[in-house]
Design a protein around this ligand. Structure first.
Ligand SMILES: [Zn+2]
Length: 327
């Protein structure tokens, strides 16, 4: 069974909490994306359901353990949102309400798991609060996951116990990747520091397809933005589905150039792109670099709220701004 060592401590702490509380709990889990929270929730659900658990350990052999691991336990309900849907609607939450109200419990306990509560619509949020009030003490545990602290979730926060997952250090992540895979050490260091605190994202970047895509992106940035060969071609790069990843690569590169200027070359993340960093540092002022980073940060914040029409316009503005730094 797959497990990540950095989840051990949080698993122990959460099981201790579940042991201590006599009644069921609604737990709001905050974590970085790519820290492996899914494995942790499944392990906790197995612990809740297991017929032969001992202290914090589950047997992993009983019917309940097997059904939770195979995702077919009749008392384990999940709401997972496909990327393209992008919201959890009130109908989805009402369905959960109907299930907990009307369905017989197979094993005396029931668990509801909602990933990405950020995606709850306002109506869905209020509906969920009502369900938490009505059912949290009736043999039903709720695990709600969130990857950002959002002020509009405060009404939901008050109904739950909060728990923030510990993020592993870069050293822990590099050790884990090097022990389990055979990527070049410099690449492991770059990927880990690019996605500090999100080990699964770091591992994803190291996959050949993604690493090649990173190489290609920096090559096209040099050719089309720095040397101004094909701005439209670069626009197409940013319009691809992984726009978050591409913007993150740009920000890392610009921040590395600022660090280079401050004689902090060893703190640069892209140790394999020092020639490019040196060139940017030579032709662009620190003030311009900082203002570009700020603008990209703002762009990322808006990515979740702008319509697609605006998104295209934003991408054009960002691309022109980038090009103007090198003219
Ligand atoms: Zn078991």
């Amino acid at each position: 069974m797959i497990w990540y060592p950095w989840l051990d401590q949080d698993y122990r702490r959460l099981v201790a909490l579940l042991m201590k509380k006599k009644r069921c709990l609604s737990i709001l889990l905050y974590s970085n994306l790519g820290v492996g929270s899914e494995l942790l929730v499944r392990a906790l659900v197995r612990w809740i359901m297991c017929e032969k658990r001992r202290d914090i350990a589950t047997c992993n052999q009983c019917e309940n353990c097997k059904m939770v691991s195979s995702d077919i336990h009749p008392d384990f309900y999940k709401i997972d949102v496909l990327k393209k849907e992008n919201s959890i609607k009130v109908e989805d939450i009402r369905k959960i309400g109907e299930i907990v109200q009307n369905y017989t419990i197979y094993n005396s306990k029931r668990v509801v798991w909602i990933k990405e509560i950020r995606l709850l619509t306002k109506e869905a949020r209020y509906c969920l609060i009502k369900i938490l009030e009505d059912f949290s003490e009736k043999n039903t545990y709720f695990f709600l996951e969130c990857h950002q602290i959002l002020p509009y979730l405060s009404s939901l926060n008050s109904k739950c116990l909060h728990f923030s997952l510990k993020e592993p250090s870069d050293e822990t992540v590099m050790k884990w990747i090097n022990e389990n895979h055979s990527f070049p050490e410099i690449n492991v260091r770059i990927a880990t520091r690019s996605h500090s605190g999100s080990p699964l994202k770091a591992l994803n970047l190291l996959k050949k397809k993604n690493w090649d895509s990173r190489e290609s992106f920096y090559f096209k940035f040099t050719k089309n933005i720095i040397h101004g060969n094909d701005l439209v071609g670069f626009l197409r790069e940013l319009r691809k589905e992984d726009v978050f990843e591409k913007i993150s690569l740009l920000m890392i590169l610009l921040l590395d150039s600022i660090k280079y200027r401050k004689n902090a070359v060893f703190n640069c993340i892209n140790q394999d792109k020092l020639d490019l960093i040196r060139y940017i540092n030579k032709v662009v002022s620190t003030r311009t670099l900082l203002s570009m980073v700020e603008s990209l940060e703002k762009f990322v914040r808006n990515l979740n709220v702008v319509s697609f029409t605006n998104l295209d316009l934003q991408i054009i503005i960002q691309t022109c701004n980038l090009r103007s730094c090198f003219i």
